[in-house]
Design a protein around this ligand. Structure first.
Ligand SMILES: Cc1cc2nc3c(=O)[nH]c(=O)nc-3n(C[C@H](O)[C@H](O)[C@H](O)COP(=O)(O)O)c2cc1C
Length: 560
């Protein structure tokens, strides 16, 4: 640690130690769980929807017709011609990435579900569009908060810019309101927020596919710049509100031939609007989370950090066969709440679902991700026809095979299963019934064992943090969340269903694999199988409360 005139600067090694300390603290153990609130204060539950009082509200059109491409396009099969950037296409982009997907009702209670998943349906992720001047955009170029419940943009900032007829695209910034998760999960909330940023990033990429657009995460935008661009550092606008942490900025490329003007940070000609709403009466402090946010603050990476991505497995995409449109598939994504314990999937379907997680330079969602893949899947196979039940490895980056072989316990089989329908990076580590083990790893939840298969995402951990700095902690969780979102959609496409599993008995898995240090860490679990619906729930159309705004044709219904 060094200090000049009252400021304390920590060395990279100290901040990495700090984020590793948070990671250890937020683990569950069989004899004690990570610290939580010890009960839910329902009266103080944070609202899942933030609004900005006194900012101009621009309702986005909701288009009734579905002219999205076949679902295969989501997995990199088939080209989609780019659609023009208009309010209608911006509306569809946000609806299919971060919009509402349904309202669920039981007598006495109702809640919204969204296109992107979130642990506990708490939704800590907020999104901001940084739009150029568009002809139909009454507020002009500026920063807009996306308000999913109104399907509207709330204008936060405006700057002078002549409207463009065919702009290159726009930017989207993601932020987290950690308190939404900490209310329920306490110290481990920071992990869930980071998973959700990853889900949201992949959701943005998948939505872009439906419009023939591309998405690129811009890792060179650091937290300080992003906070400034999005107005998160404007203390007066958040005076009465829970803070938002800057996470990432993406470029949404709508017109590949368009020219990008550099994104300036605030100058005197910017005009700001709105005050952030308060989400609950009292925000409890979790010092471990504050420390984790601080330690993992992302600074601009050097060019060296973004060196060439290791080549992905050279396999053509082989996604699940699905007759639906991309829009239908995205809207129908749900988490299974229960599995039947019976449904078996074919080996072909199993491989097709896993195929969606492979990083390929031109397949969504990982074509938006400029970093090497650091996560592999440890699979618990329960019901896959033609495959022995047991423990398997899905190797997402072939370059890691040798080091995994060396680090895993001796005695694993490392066998390519016989008679796979096509080549795949799948290795059997051991045969056997792993249902009890999978259930234990997920805090006793049957959905980890009643499925066709479940899995843990294992990340190259401490070596990556030591090399890239503590900000890479977030990136590892983002990659995990992206894998989760790909699995959710691929499972739907295959006619089954997925669920993210957020139970952090990490060291139990590490011990089973023979991992003795922190070179590898388990970050997120997932399960896929034949879902059982909850018959008590009624499903209502997501935007019934905005009825009357739906436009059936090409002229968007916009009200300011
Ligand atoms: C990171 C993460 C962890 C989750 N953990 C669990 C879990 O342990 N058990 C469970 O039943 N559902 C879990 N879920 C599913 C969420 O409860 C679900 O996403 C949320 O209720 C919203 O429902 P939806 O996915 O159908 O939109 C998890 C989801 C995420 C994204």
């Amino acid at each position: 640690m060094s200090g000049t005139r009252g400021t304390v600067q920590h060395s990279q090694s100290e901040v990495v130690d700090a984020i590793i300390a948070y990671h250890e603290l937020s683990k569950h153990h069989p004899d004690h769980f990570a610290r939580g609130p010890g009960g839910l204060d329902w009266a103080n539950q944070p609202s899942p929807f933030r609004t900005f009082a006194d900012s101009p509200l621009l309702r986005l059109p909701l288009v009734a017709r579905d002219d999205t491409p076949p679902a295969a396009a989501l997995f990199g099969v088939g080209a989609v011609a780019p659609r023009r950037l208009t309010l209608e296409t911006v509306g569809l982009f946000f609806e299919l990435s971060l919009g509402l997907s349904a309202r669920k009702e039981i007598p006495g209670s109702s809640w919204f579900l969204r296109v992107n998943p979130s642990s506990g349906n708490l939704h800590p992720t907020e999104a901001y569009a940084v739009l150029p001047g568009l002809e139909a955009l009454p507020g002009g170029a500026g920063v807009y908060h996306y308000a999913p419940v109104h399907h509207a943009l709330e204008q936060r900032a405006r700057w002078p810019q002549t409207p463009e007829s065919h702009p290159a695209g726009f930017h989207v910034g993601l932020t987290s309101i950690t308190w939404r998760e900490a209310w329920k999960y306490g110290e481990r909330a920071f992990r869930y927020c980071q998973h959700d940023v990853g889900h949201a990033l992949a959701a943005l990429r998948f939505a872009a596919v439906t419009l023939g657009w591309r998405v690129q995460w811009l890792p060179e935008w650091d937290d300080t710049q992003l906070a400034k661009l999005l107005g998160l550092d404007r203390a007066q606008d958040f005076a009465d509100a829970e803070p938002e942490t800057p996470e990432l900025l993406v470029r949404v490329i709508a017109n590949p031939a368009g020219a990008w003007a550099p994104l300036a940070l605030e100058n005197a000609s910017w005009e700001w609007f709105g005050r952030a709403s308060r989400l609950s009466q009292v925000q409890l402090e979790w010092p471990a989370i504050t420390a984790a946010i601080h330690a993992s603050k992302r600074a601009s990476p050097s060019r060296n950090d973004l060196r060439a991505v290791a080549p992905p497995p050279r396999l053509p995409p082989s996604p699940p066969v699905c007759g639906r449109s991309a829009g239908q598939l995205i809207r129908q994504r749900r988490s299974a709440v229960d599995f039947d314990g019976l449904t078996a999937i074919s080996c072909e379907t199993f491989l097709a679902i896993l195929d969606s997680t492979l990083p390929r330079p031109s397949s969504p969602p990982f074509d938006a991700w400029p970093l090497p893949s650091r996560l592999h899947l440890i699979l618990f196979v329960h019901r896959v026809t033609g495959l022995d039940p047991g423990l398997y490895l899905w190797l997402r980056a072939t370059a890691d095979q040798a080091v995994l072989r060396q680090d895993f316990r001796a005695g694993f089989e490392w066998k390519a299963p016989p008679a796979l329908p096509h080549p795949a990076p799948l290795f059997r580590l051991g045969k056997g019934d792993v249902r009890d083990f999978a259930r234990t790893l997920s805090c006793g939840q049957d959905i980890a064992s009643d499925s066709a298969f479940s899995l843990g995402m294992l990340a190259r951990f401490e070596p990556v943090l030591r090399e890239r700095g503590a900000g890479a902690y977030r990136e590892l969780f983002w990659e995990a969340g992206m894998i989760g979102q790909a699995l959710y959609l691929a499972a739907e496409a295959a006619g089954v269903r997925g669920t993210g599993l957020g139970c952090y008995l990490d060291d139990v898995l590490h011990r089973a694999l023979g991992l003795a240090n922190r070179d590898w860490q388990s970050l997120y679990h997932f399960t896929v199988g034949g879902p059982v619906e909850d018959p008590r729930l009624r499903t209502v159309s997501p935007y019934a409360h905005l009825e009357g705004q739906k436009s059936s044709g090409s002229s968007p219904a916009v009200s300011a």
